[in-house]
Design a protein around this ligand. Structure first.
Ligand code: CDP
Ligand code: MG
Length: 138
């Protein structure tokens, strides 16, 4: 059994897509193991997006991610890291497959509805940025 960190970004929360998006994960054999509504601050954003510091889009990314509430989730399931990335679709919704979360709900390459960990190493790191082990239920 694998775990991954998912963020429903501020655009998903403000447009009331929380339920729609979680429904897609649940219908696809992902189990919610932890969940919180919260607001990111610049420090948390810089830890979570550490590998993007210095990129041309970084300032805009932090400003977007701190602009309103997000939902942080730990999803559990077999092969869940790869499967959730596939359900989310490509970063740019214009290139994302039909039926993917980003194709359905994202506005643009930066305002793109969801985040999900991209490897076992990033999942382990990212899950523990947002949750203590005691907050993750099986
Ligand atoms: O989120 P994902 O792993 O698909 O993409 P990423 O390349 O790891 O980039 C992280 C986030 O930075 C994206 O989801 C976008 O919100 C933002 N980004 C952007 O605004 N412009 C880019 N050219 C690349 C990424
Ligand atoms: Mg990424």
């Amino acid at each position: 059994m694998e775990r991954t960190l998912v963020l429903l970004k501020p655009d998903s929360v403000s447009k009331k897509h929380i339920g729609d998006i979680i429904k897609i994960y649940e219908e696809n054999d992902c189990t919610v193991a932890a969940m919180k509504l919260m607001k990111m601050d610049e420090r948390l954003a810089s830890i979570h997006y550490q590998e993007h510091i210095g990129r041309p889009y970084y300032e805009e990314l932090v400003s977007f991610m701190t602009s309103g509430p997000i939902v942080a989730l730990v999803l559990e399931g077999d092969d869940v890291i790869r499967r959730v990335r596939a359900l989310n679709g490509k970063t740019n919704p214009a290139e994302a497959d039909e039926g993917t979360i980003r194709r359905l709900y994202a506005e643009s390459k930066s305002i793109n509805a969801v985040h999900a960990s991209d490897s076992p190493e990033s999942a382990e790191r990212e899950v523990h940025i947002f949750f203590n082990e005691t907050e993750i239920l099986d």
